[in-house]
Design a protein around this ligand. Structure first.
Ligand SMILES: N[C@@H](CCC(=O)N[C@@H](CS)C(=O)NCC(=O)O)C(=O)O
Length: 102
């Protein structure tokens, strides 16, 4: 059978150049839910690391953030903090620009 050349529509779009967002969470955590809701509203994708059953990841979260509470949010290697910090950045209109790369 003859191969059909890809149409414009079939061609893959380049992946958007988004920063890597990591959110450390636990299962029962209202602040984590609020933080994820805010990120969802922003339409950004993120990696969630649940530290409930993973002491190594919890250790890493505490080492990187110097905090014990969840959530802890990182955009690329920049530590944002918890939900309050994320929300405050958004209120100051300083969050959206962190999702963009130049
Ligand atoms: N101000 C923090 C509050 C975070 C917080 O209190 N998280 C709770 C879970 S929802 C927690 O980690 N509690 C355990 C602890 O305080 O050690 C934020 O906005 O992220």
């Amino acid at each position: 059978m003859k191969a059909i050349p890809p149409t414009r529509k079939d061609r893959k779009k380049p992946a958007p150049d988004m920063p890597k967002i990591i959110i450390y969470t636990t299962k029962i955590c209202p602040y984590c839910i609020m933080a994820k809701r805010l990120l969802d509203r922003k339409g950004v994708s993120y990696t969630e690391i649940n530290v409930d059953a993973d002491p190594d990841q919890r250790e890493e979260m505490m080492r990187k953030s110097k905090r014990r509470t969840v959530p802890q949010i990182f955009i690329d290697d920049r530590h944002i903090g918890g939900f309050d910090d994320l929300y405050a950045l958004d209120q100051l209109n300083q969050l959206d620009s962190l999702f963009e790369r130049v």
